[in-house]
Write a protein that binds this ligand. Structure first.
Ligand code: MG
Length: 453
């Protein structure tokens, strides 16, 4: 921009700013422009006509202070001291994120203007040409969240303000209760109710499947598979869930909202028959009844029962779930924001859901970093169609690695008023907790057949 043009733009901006501040004195010229500026907030560099703040480095930081492998993306900028953090966690393949971030994303992003989040997102999304997979979408999530963090720091506002401002007092959450015995589970539920939670997810031991009362599966006796492989008795699981709801309703009453995660494991027709039986216990939602391969079964499930449904932990890309949302095949969208590409696509998902009464219930257990939880929280506070947020209580090691880790009061995540996402990473602490190479555990039927999670 030429100097004369610069002055015109700058004076027009000052006028607009004075209008925004309601400063008639400024408009009447009672203050010179210097005083008027002193009256307002610090002018961002791009408004002063200076060169844009650009990305100077993008890198991955791996750490596992709570047991789950976490991946953080740190974006450094040309403005000294200004950086952002984002969550790129793909806990089962964490190490693969390092080259994806440090080589490809860094090479792609360096030199770009930090302000243009949408443009950077779309350019990065298509730059690998093939684009629907995990790893790259996780890497992009980390970059995207870090850019929102930077934008918030530059605006001196928490991210939720940039997304439209507050729509509620705080973020209502559900907590995870799990015990192999009904008595133990009821005790946990009552304990959480006393602490103020209004929504509790109930599970009996492992997800979706349970080993039948210490029985040894036939594949174990035959020494098939690996020693660490888990055995599932699906028949027992399908009988146990209505029993569990019945017991918890009797002991804990009607007031508490109960949730349950099927973790995609039963055959679709088994899932449908089981969910029908749960109607009388009024679940808040039943989560992930089908594996992603079985999406067409939702139509039959929907026609069979009015039990509220949540889906989407394993979704990668909005193209996978746009149609089911538009067809109102489930009530809550459960995707992992650090998996689908970050805050930018999550806001599109949320807005799409608003038109079709699909509410948000973002993925948020320990395999989402506290940075990712903060990204969830800022969206939750801002969007109209917020449903509920999965919560995690973080141990002191995690809190030391991530200053600004979200806290829960009376079942609500308390959203920070710090600029940006309001969270940071202490890299020295993070280095104390190296990741471990692992994947999703293998679960087999009695005869050794693998079950899809
Ligand atoms: Mg789940």
């Amino acid at each position: 921009m030429k100097e004369s043009e610069d002055r015109v733009v700058s004076s027009r901006r000052n006028t607009l700013k004075m209008l925004a501040l309601g400063s008639t004195a400024g408009l009447l010229g009672l203050f010179d422009s210097k005083e008027a500026r002193a009256d307002s907030y610090e002018t961002p560099s791009y408004q002063k006509g200076l060169a844009p703040v650009t990305i100077t480095k993008v890198r991955a930081i791996l750490t596992a202070p709570g047991g789950s492998n976490l991946v953080i993306v740190k974006v450094e900028t040309s403005e000294p001291g200004l950086y952002g953090v984002g969550c790129a966690t793909f806990t089962q393949r964490a190490a693969v994120l390092v080259p994806a971030v440090d080589i490809y994303l860094n090479n792609f992003a360096v030199g770009r203007d930090v302000d243009n989040i949408e443009d950077i997102w779309m350019a990065s999304y298509v730059s690998s040409y093939w684009r629907n997979g995990p790893v790259l979408n996780n890497a992009l999530s980390g970059l995207d969240q870090a850019l929102w963090d930077i934008k918030g720091k530059r605006a001196k506002m928490p991210v939720y303000q940039l997304l439209g401002g507050r729509s509620r007092i705080n973020v209502d959450t559900y907590v995870h209760a799990s015990s192999p015995t009904l008595e133990g589970l009821a005790e946990q539920v009552q304990g959480f109710m006393e602490k103020g939670w209004r929504h509790i997810r109930i599970q009996q031991g492992g997800y979706g499947a349970s080993v039948a009362n210490g029985a040894i599966a036939d594949f174990k006796t035959a020494k098939y598979g690996r020693e660490t492989d888990a055995a599932s008795d699906m028949g027992e699981y399908l009988r146990s869930v209505p029993r569990m709801f019945d017991h918890i309703r009797k002991v804990c009453g009607e007031k508490i909202e109960l949730l349950h995660d099927m973790h995609e494991q039963p055959e679709p027709i088994q899932a449908i028959n089981m969910i029908k039986q749960l109607e009388q216990y009024r679940p808040f939602f039943i989560e992930d009844p089908f594996s992603p391969e079985n999406m067409p079964w939702f139509k039959q499930l929907r026609a069979t029962t009015s039990v509220p449904l949540a889906m989407g932990e394993l979704f990668n890309n909005i193209n996978e779930f746009r149609e089911p949302m538009v067809q109102q095949l489930f009530d809550f969208i459960r995707c992992h924001i650090s998996q689908i590409g970050g805050i930018t696509p999550a806001m599109k998902v949320a807005r799409l859901g608003e038109w079709f009464n699909v509410r948000t219930a973002w993925h948020g257990p320990g395999d989402t970093s506290p940075v990712g939880h903060q990204a969830n929280n800022h969206i939750d506070l801002a969007v109209f169609n917020f449903g509920i947020q999965e919560s995690q209580t973080f141990n002191t090691r995690v809190q030391e690695v991530f200053p600004g880790t979200p806290v829960i009061e009376k079942g609500y995540y308390v959203v920070t008023e710090e600029p940006g996402l309001g969270i940071d990473i202490n890299e020295k602490e993070a280095a104390k907790y190296p990741i471990r190479y692992n994947g999703m555990g293998t679960i087999r039927k009695n005869d050794g057949t693998i079950m899809k999670p």
